[in-house]
Structure formats: C-alpha cells, structure tokens
Design a protein around this ligand. Structure first.
Ligand code: R5P
Length: 300
C-alpha cells in the first residue's frame, strides 16, 4: 500500500498531488519546544507501507530539513517497506562546491543526512546544478519545468522572443527552453560580490526590440533578476518577463520586483508562499501534475 505524507512546508502542493493521484494524504502533528526543538507525531500505521514524504526544504530550511529527516526516521522505525523523499525545492542546493579553502559542501551533507535516515529514493525539481545528484548513492529523479515554462511563454508572447540566462551558470537551463521554442538565446555576464549582492555587467547577444524572457532556477533577493531586467531594458529590449522555478523571495524581494523594469514573473509552487504579500507582477503556476505523474510511475 502507498502512503503520502505531507511535511508542513508545502501542504497546498501536497494536497494537490494527493488529489491528482486520488490518494489520501497523511498529515503530521508538528510542535516545537521552547528551545525550538521539533517534535513530530504521525498517527497512521506506516508498517509495510510504500511511503512518499512531500516536503520542500525551504525557509526555515534547517527546521524543514530536520522535519523531513524525523518523518523518514518515524517511517523506518515503523518498518515501512520503502521511503521516498519528494522534495520540490532542495534547500542548500546552491552550496554545491567548496568556496573558501576550508568550506563544507553543504548540498552534499544534506544528501548524506537524507540517506542516513533510510530514504531510498529522491524526487526533486530543478536542482541548482545537475551534479548534486552525484552526492547521493540512491536514485535521484530531477524533474524539469522546461515544458511548462516553454508552453507558457508560447501562449503569452506571440513572437520576437529572446530567452535569457541571467548568468553563465544558468545557461544550460535557459538554452533548453530556447531550443524547445526555437528562439534566440542571450546570456548575461553577472558579477556576484557576496550573497545577495550582484550586478549584471554585460550582455552576450542582441536584445533590441525583443521580448526578453529570463529563465532561472531561483529568485531569492531578486538582485540577479532586477539587475538583469535593467541591463536588458538599457540595451533596447521591448519588455522583460521572467520564468523562475523556485520563488525563495527573501527579504524585500517582492518590493524590489514591484519597483523593477520587470513586467511579469512566473514562479512555480515548489515553495509555498501562502500568507506572504506578493507583488502583483508575480504569478504562481503549479507543478502538481508534473510531480504526480512522476509519483504515479513509482507507485506499485
Ligand atoms: C545563482 O546561481 C542562482 O541560479 C540564482 O540566479 C540566484 O540564486 C538568485 O539569487 P538572487 O535572487 O538573490 O539574486
């Protein structure tokens, strides 16, 4: 028997996935002690079940991650048959290499923790870099929103579209969409000064008169995005839109987007933004179908 369990990070998306799969969703009782330790209670019987835990490790990332680990540990101790972690947004993904000589590879530490609690499969969406999969010894399915975004772009902007990568690191992701749409491809040279502070320095390609669609995996402080929109407009773009998988949207990102040259921003619902006041320029599209389709392939 299959059991879908929702962590607390994204109950809306978990609910939609469960509805599509026509499966009941198990909720956890989560509480916190005064010292912020987390406590998890799952009332259902998990013995001999095929468990799927749906949990984004989004902000507050450490709590969400620990919650995922505790749910998996509960399932393992209850003798669940198999445990799959369904992680729409993989936190710490950007820390995928050593930056300073003695730094950690945080994305790899997270992978080790996930395996240590008995999770035997991972399904995730648009990892920051493809090589994060190599940090795992267990199978990892990394789903892409390429088709969803490409079809959306096709329906929103009739022609004259340029697909833009806001930095060199994101070229592969954006290129896939430009190939799908047979559209022009442009890259921006970005300089990052420190976390949350960057500047678009130059454009590789011609954007004059073009409808520019920026493709990226994460919008966090929106520094990358707004700076990209500025330089594109300064170089003669007709208008600038963005299609970004994970709406981290920290600090004052939403206000920044409101006051930017950007005309619209589409994000997925990999991170739940219920209760936050989002800029009117932001629209959320669901990846529930994409995820449910993948889950249904694994459900026996
Ligand atoms: C960077 O490599 C990522 O792909 C994103 O471009 C970056 O994380 C966005 O961050 P922010 O919105 O803070 O500029």
């Amino acid at each position: 028997m299959t059991k879908l369990i929702a962590g607390t990070s994204n109950i809306v998306l978990a609910d939609s996935i469960a509805k599509i799969l026509k499966l009941p969703l198990t909720y956890c009782e989560m509480s916190q002690f005064n010292d912020k330790e987390i406590s998890i209670v799952i009332k259902d019987d998990l013995t001999d079940q095929d468990i799927f835990i749906i949990q984004s490790t989004s902000c507050p990332v450490n709590d969400r991650l620990i919650e995922l680990l505790f749910i998996a540990d509960t399932a393992r101790r209850a003798n669940a048959k198999k445990i799959t972690a369904v992680i729409p947004y993989y936190g710490y993904g950007r820390q995928d290499k050593i930056v300073d000589s003695n730094g950690p590879i945080s994305a790899s530490c997270v992978a080790m923790l996930i395996e240590a609690v008995g999770i035997s499969n991972v399904i995730t969406v648009d990892l920051h870099s493809h090589h994060i999969k190599e940090f795992f010894q267990i199978p990892v399915i990394n789903l892409y929103v390429t088709e969803i975004f490409a079809e959306l772009i096709k329906s929103k902007h009739s022609s004259n579209v340029s697909i833009v990568s806001p930095d060199l690191g994101g070229e592969m992701r954006a290129k896939k969409i430009s190939e799908y749409l047979n559209a022009d491809f442009v890259t921006i040279n970005k300089k990052r000064y420190k976390a949350g502070q960057c500047e678009a320095k130059s454009i590789i390609g011609d954007v004059s008169g073009k409808v520019c669609c920026i493709i990226d995996d994460i919008v966090d402080t929106a520094g990358t995005l707004c700076s990209a929109a500025d330089i594109l407009m300064a170089n003669g773009a007709k208008e600038v839109h963005a299609y970004i998988t994970h709406g981290v949207l920290s600090i004052d990102a939403s206000d920044r987007i409101d006051n930017s040259e950007l005309k619209s921003l589409y994000i997925s619902d990999s991170i739940c933004k219920l209760g936050s006041s989002l800029s009117k320029k932001i629209q959320v599209i669901t990846i529930a179908e994409l995820m449910a389709k993948q889950l249904s392939n694994l459900i026996i």
